[in-house]
Design a protein around this ligand. Structure first.
Ligand SMILES: [Zn+2]
Ligand SMILES: [Zn+2]
Length: 339
């Protein structure tokens, strides 16, 4: 078993873990800098790629080199599995499908989310800035956001033809049967894959070590993302996972403890969001600015911070600790006294 290091070492493109799980270190933009793809090999040499990464010339090169290092051709790639629709996991799937000719698998819900974000009928490029404007984001930043959204296309093109994983049935990868576990909140329809015999779990971004996975309220998507996320964590916690293989950072063994920490973190953030409403109603943008004070350095982070602050605010509303009111096209959140 290889030992973990959160930084990409020079020249290291993949690492071999127990039972032949191959971790592929794929470069991506700051702040994360790196994501993990995984490769599982069948006895006959056929490969399953889990989460190929975002598309860029650097990430393409990593896959070309890793396949060469594994002594495999494009045609050896028999299937591509995508845990969720985010560009840093899904982006290269179409490119890899073009080269290998194989199927790309996602959950039906994750595929619908990819369509919502980047399908031919998607209106997200204008819907998201408009949604954030209603929650108090100033025009300069909504304009920047629009530009940022448009800049995502190169990282996700071409888009793959997708087949749907059935959550109720086991899924074969690397000569083993894996149990798909569908959760949401970070990304609707997110799939993790658990192998009961070994306790190995490919968990994408559902649970990450060190990083708290972003939880997003987005227009047209799950209206209760934090509730969905926390429910998913509770279900994942039931799995007797020995080694979790995450989408970022290194594989880890303290899966249940990590989930407990994440659940606590969100309860604390709910308390913090609620206390920000103590002196009167606030917009989502104002709450976001306070909750993430000093940690937002650009539009990319602002987008995730804003959608996460809103996820917390609507959860407070769902729990009866806050309510919202829309006046003149602007939404504000109020604390419910006595709670
Ligand atoms: Zn993600
Ligand atoms: Zn990710």
């Amino acid at each position: 078993m290889s030992s973990g290091n959160s930084r990409r070492e020079d020249g290291v493109r993949h690492r071999l873990w127990e039972n032949g799980v191959i971790q592929v270190l794929v470069p991506m933009a700051p702040p994360l800098l790196q994501m993990n793809g995984y490769v599982l090999r069948d006895e006959d040499g056929g490969l399953t790629v889990v989460d190929p990464g975002p598309r860029s010339r650097e990430s393409e090169k990593v896959w070309e080199e890793v396949l060469r290092e594994l002594g495999a051709s494009w045609k050896a790639v028999k299937q591509i599995v995508v845990t969720h629709h985010h560009p840093d996991h899904y982006g290269l799937a179409g490119w890899l499908q073009e080269h290998s000719g194989c199927r790309v698998w996602m959950s039906k819900r994750a595929h619908a989310e990819a369509e919502l974000m980047w399908g031919p009928a998607s209106v997200m490029e204008s819907a998201l800035p408009a949604f954030f404007a209603r929650h108090g984001m100033p025009p300069q930043q909504t304009a920047e956001l629009k530009e940022h959204q448009a800049g995502i296309w190169p990282a996700i093109s071409p888009q793959p033809e997708v087949s749907h994983v059935e959550s109720a049935r086991s899924f074969a990868m690397g000569g083993r049967e894996w149990l798909p576990v569908e959760t949401g909140g970070h990304a609707a329809g997110h799939l993790s894959f658990f192998h009961p015999g070994s306790g190995q779990l490919l968990c994408g971004d559902a649970v990450l070590p060190q990083i708290s996975p972003n939880v997003s309220l987005l227009p047209g998507s799950d209206p209760e993302p934090l509730r969905t996320f926390m429910d998913g964590l509770s279900r994942l916690r039931e799995l007797p996972a020995r080694t979790a293989f995450p989408g970022h950072r290194e594989p880890f063994g303290y899966f249940a403890d990590r989930i407990d920490r994440l659940l606590l973190h969100h309860e604390e953030r709910l308390d913090a969001a609620e206390s920000l409403l103590a002196d009167g109603p606030r917009s989502g943008y104002e709450v976001c600015g306070e909750l993430f004070r000093g940690r937002i350095t650009g539009i990319h982070q602002l987008r995730f911070a804003m959608s996460e602050a809103l996820a917390h605010l609507v959860e407070l509303e769902r729990r009866g600790r806050a309510f919202l009111e829309e006046k003149n096209g602007e939404i504000r959140f109020f604390r419910i006294d006595g709670c």
